[in-house]
Design a protein around this ligand. Sequence first.
Ligand code: 2BA
Length: 121
Amino acid sequence: MKLVVAVVQGKDAEGLMGALRQGNYRATQINSSGGFLRENNVTIMTGVNDAQVPDVFRLIRENCYTRTQYVNPLLPIMEPGEFYMPSPVEVQVGGATVFVLPIVRYERIMAGATDGIGAGW
Ligand code: 2BA
């Protein structure tokens, strides 16, 4: 089993969550923000069988789009009287940043029953 962790833009999160639901994948979304742009994005985690990873990547590709953003660079240290006109820098964000992690143990704990995979603890 694998945990697919996808950092996506907020605008794409709803579409991707819908596609995952339709594909019968369980998923969790966490509101996050990027360290560079400091803008809100969404981190989506879905635990799937190894064979399903390519299908999850297909859904991410179909639902997450690359967009261009402009950022103002940090102001340099200046002497009094100096004038600096910052010009915005163009960055490409997304479609998505995806990590695939091995799952050591997966368990859904419910009263009287277990549904899980992993070494016996
Ligand atoms: P941010 O950190 O806000 O980065 C937004 C975009 O800014 C990045 O898009 C990239 O185009 C640019 N960028 C980021 N760091 C940069 C740097 N040091 N110098 C120049 N440009 C830089 P993406 O690469 O598509 O990343 C989108 C978001 O995915 C990131 O938002 C961050 O939240 C996450 N991310 C990307 N790489 C990651 C990593 N290695 N580990 C954890 N999160 C990551």
